[in-house]
Design a protein around this ligand. Sequence first.
Ligand SMILES: Nc1ncnc2c1ncn2[C@@H]1O[C@H](COP(=O)(O)OP(=O)(O)OP(=O)(O)O)[C@@H](O)[C@H]1O
Length: 814
Amino acid sequence: MAKKKTTTKRKSTKGSKTTLKEKLTFSRQQKVVLGSFLFFLGIGLFFAFISFFYNWKIDQSEISQFGNREAEVKNWLSKFGASVSHFFIFKGFGISALILPVLISLSGVYLFFDLNRKKLAGFWFWGILVMLWIAVVFGFIEKENGLLAGVIGYEINDFLRDYIGFIGTVLVLAFLAIVYIVVRLQYTPEKIAVSLKNLEKKQPRKKTENTAVAEEIQPVVEETPEITEKNDITATKNTELEVEASYVPVADTTISMAVDTTVEQKEPKNETDKIVIKSETDPEDIAMEVETVVEEEEVVESLSEKLVQDFGEFDPKLELGNYRFPTIDLLKDYTSQLGGITIDQGELEENKNRIVETLKNYKIEIAQIKATVGPTVTLYEIVPEAGIRISKIKNLEDDIALSLAALGIRIIAPIPGKGTIGIEVPNKKSTIVSMRSAISSSKFQNAEMELPLSLGKTISNETFVVDLAKMPHLLMAGATGQGKSVGLNAILTSLLYKKHPAEVKFVLVDPKKVELTLFNKIERHFLAKLPDTEEAIITDNTKVINTLNSLCIEMDARYDLLKSAMVRNIKEYNAKFIARKLNPENGHKFLPYIVLVIDEFADLIMTAGKEVETPIARLAQLARAIGIHLIIATQRPSVNVITGMIKANFPARIAFRVTSKIDSRTILDSGGADQLIGRGDMLYTQGNDLVRIQCAFVDTPEVERITEYIGGQKAYPDAHLLPEYVGEESGTSIDISVSDRDKLFAEAAEVIVTAQQGSASLLQRKLKLGYNRAGRLIDQLEAAGIVGPFEGSKARQVLVPDLTALQKLLDEEG
Ligand SMILES: Nc1ncnc2c1ncn2[C@@H]1O[C@H](COP(=O)(O)OP(=O)(O)OP(=O)(O)O)[C@@H](O)[C@H]1O
């Protein structure tokens, strides 16, 4: 009996991650309001705590009567003050609880002025530790007075005394005090010694002058009288001066002092060297002392930490700080309209019987059969009777499929890791997997991935989420009309729902000119383009070559940055940049991921051949570490399109339905894609197992709504600019002799003049040439004065108005 697996509809955890994030980030107004609240709360608590120390005895009996409005309480904040104070002081930390209102008010100030929250967290961390420490110390020395230590202090002390005894407790407390002084206050023994020394020196001077020092210095002063005029230093009577280099303070009495040259030489050696000059009533008794201070202690370990402390971590999203991610309701809810997966008991039974019977014909007995109903297909998992070899079933694959006589049957013998045999039979009524359900699934929302893609649902109805960054490049193939474009849209939509414009940029190549145009609206948010080009979405195949080469330049530049930052990949690089460990002045910048999408790759390879294959192979081989990922889609998965070089570098592949087993082999290295049922039914592999997935469906109006939503928001001034690539086309002042001209020169000239359009791609199409040859022809036409010079993204100007004029020009030359 077929075991029925009821499908549990996954409740959408609608944007759980983003909403949590949103909850934690306050608007400016919220911060001001919350900040003021906390500030006043802190002050209120402070007063309540103070008054608790005077009134706690009187109030004690009233605390329990919180609900009784008649009960009179002496605390300055009345019943609330008395209760809260009782809780924090008596039951909590004792006198040290006074730190708490200070911390709360401080938090208020930080929020109000929107200061660095990390610093605040530091205050809380150390504040609570100090609170505990003081509580325990009071618990230790003032056991009798519960108000000083609080219950917590008392109990911790008791605990320590029980386990490590009197001496142990003293040692632990002393150790913690040292930790605080060294770690928090950044005091080291050297620093303390220097401070003490300074203190010692300052004190006696205030009372009587240190004559001994004065005497010591005096001879030097007398010995070098000639410098006296030069170094006229004036000082106030009985005042101490600290001079760094030469310093002339205003004075009541002018005192001449000669500074020994030896002293002067010594002075600039160390910036912290100070000359202490003291003046006395008698100008002869000037005391001078040269003090060498130990090199100043670094307060913060490194510059980056200091920068982070002062300014917080670098936020790449700051420029579009108010960017709102697209909301889930921009996507259509197909499930509520068309219903979710329905299980047709009759259909299941019928299929089961046919499978059992068919296998029986081949003498394969079944011990158990289990059905898993997916959105488009149902998987019948079969456990054969003991003794039946799986290879037998595998060999009979085609016969079984034939006997079951249904389109789209796929036999998986055995199911990897299970030892059972799977037979996938299409459902009579397939269910659309909406992009909405794929996006709102918890698996996607909670995905901790760099570039998460929600591709659709597996046969067991689980949302299938993969990381493009791990793939690291994706090859998609499928015959026309089988769901490739929808698949590409699903991929791009996934990224739009998860990534901020600062984090990812798309380079879109769309020779069909219709599929990806919708993304034009988000050009200044998410697209990257070559400088000086008008349209970010590339529809002209010749421009693809420039873009690919430009991406190679970007790749090399990024590798240089990674090298100088001494990191291995973009993730580490960006983490280091965010932590302000990389100086933007040295060319470092936050690197967004770049996703290159090429629709209709076959078309591109046909027209440009090697010229695109080489940069693509280079990018595919090297770009994974620096965050450039390729998604290539093609209708024709033939070997001359998907060459060995490309295949080797694209381990992740998606196959929609293809027309032949050969095509399936080309794309997946195995059959199966020819047995799919179309409409988004696909197989995914990342080098090992094949997973059958129903691709999430996202319709054009949905994509339009999303791009409009994003496009309507504040954007960057321009699309992300890729490095400039000066292609072959830009060659100027070419001098090509008539004899060196291509055989097709005259024909090419006619094509160009007739069409009045000076483009290499036109020649490629009309004369069926490779890109290189067409490019060379254009150069020759330029040299002959038939077309104008290279003009960036625009086609070259045609300088000859008609064929007659052309004929005349050629005759003249000839
Ligand atoms: N995941 C899906 N779920 C349901 N229906 C789908 C799905 N994907 C595609 N379809 C259906 O198939 C039709 C064709 O899909 P799509 O335009 O993506 O095909 P294509 O392979 O890109 O074709 P072409 O190569 O000609 O552009 C869609 O209009 C839609 O009706």
